[in-house]
Design a protein around this ligand. Sequence first.
Ligand SMILES: [Zn+2]
Ligand SMILES: [Zn+2]
Length: 561
Amino acid sequence: MENKPIARKLRLLSQLMELHEENPFKIKSLANAAFKVDKLHFPAAGKTFAELEKVDGIGKSTASKIIELLEKGTMTELDDMLAKTPEGIVEMMGIKGIGPKKVAIIWKDLGIENIGELYYACNENRLVEAKGFGLKTQEDIRNLIEFNMASHGKFLYAKVEQEAKDFLEQLKGIFPDGLIEFAGEFRRYCEIINKLIIVLGCRDQQIAFTTLVQSEVMGEIEPDKNHVKGKLANGLKVEVVCVEKRYFYKELFEQTGDDEHVKAVLSKTVEPIDQPESEDLIYRKSGLEYVQPELREGTTFIERAETNKLPQLVNHADLKGTLHNHSTWSDGINTVEEMALYCRDELKLEYLGMCDHSKSAFYAKGLAIERVLQQHEEIDRLNKKLNGFHIFKGIESDILYDGSLDYPDEILKKFDFIVASVHSILKMDEEKATSRLIKAIENPYTTILGHPTGRLLLSRNGYPINYKKVIDACAANNVVIEINANPLRLDLDWRWHQYALEKGVWLSINPDAHRKEGFLDMYYGILVARKGGLYKERCLNALSLQEIGKFFSQKTSVIRG
Ligand SMILES: [Zn+2]
Ligand SMILES: [Zn+2]
């Protein structure tokens, strides 16, 4: 073993000891020793205990730890510390810049156990009020996490969208006569982007290629056949495919769909289409209706393209209202009134569904029963003066461990609608998670199932669920499924939208906004809903105020008999 890994283990031990508030003197001397080992001019391996102990700054106790590590490959003390620390917390300490003291507060005071939850909490403004934190620290932590995510080469769509569009504009500036278009994952609105692919059609492929290689639009430029590879400033990998103009649409088609889709379409062509003048032509010559880029995954939509039965995909303009949002009553930043006015005046919507957290969500200032009633009074008062705009009384009710909802029936029946979500005890096997959700779905008061798996993209896997059983239960109980539009969630996953639609289940594009700007996430909800093939006739918040009012009251009239 080299010195570096030894030093790393000693440092980790000292950090864990600090996290668990062990003797500060021991922590300090261990941290010093780790530093010392890192800087040694000779390998520690092969030295005896007596030799190591004599090194200035190492001492008896550390020397024995090093010997144990060299002989057994582990350190008992480190193993013990690791055993009582959640894996996600250990990982969090690996992010340079978040020290053990901060991690301790994040873990013990805020109840956050991994990087994904921490990132989400930064986005929900939950760190600001923690001891010794503030807006600045929260921002720093958010940046550190984003940097950490980027180092793995994967990006949330929403996090690279602007850079990608700027880059495309730059290319258009360099090649004003060129045909330039996004392809690949980005054009398909994938929720996670590994690589940005752009197809560039020019009069002379070679000149375009050379111009691009010599330009400084990307870092780490590397030519590879007719592809120019490189990276954007944020670390996103880019590939520009250079072709002559007459091959542009063929290349664009091939670079956009996933392999399975492209093969399936091409296998249906009857005559060769070498130089098509549009992508549309490729589909037509294959006997298919034009398939929107976001639907070009696998063969799901091929059959429908054959019979002219592709869905008329939902648009942003179809949305008439927004459900599942938070205010200052729980962990939001804006008041109910501010949220309502923003929806009415800026977004031109007809209604707003407020869904603050329920009483068990203590970390998010969930509403005790008296506060629910007070909020209802406020909403009644606001509704009188909003001139036709309407606020629906909702709640995001925690689904408790046994699947029950968070309030007694007398309170549940006072809401216009209820979003039921899991927020605690996320470690469950598939059977438990599925039965917990189904119990909540079967509750007659549940209107919408919120973020069904609890996943945080790139940072926390959701709990495993049996999608079919959960969706079937929603169908059987007339429960709507949320497409949580927060770019970190996008949960229900688009891969299950079709199954839900086939079963007749409604989907709702919910921003889960915790501030006014949060409503803008509905845009990402739309992208992913289109990708799933959603059409407005099954999108709950595409209903008008009058229609959705009817939808809610039908549900509640069933309960009241
Ligand atoms: Zn939630
Ligand atoms: Zn929420």
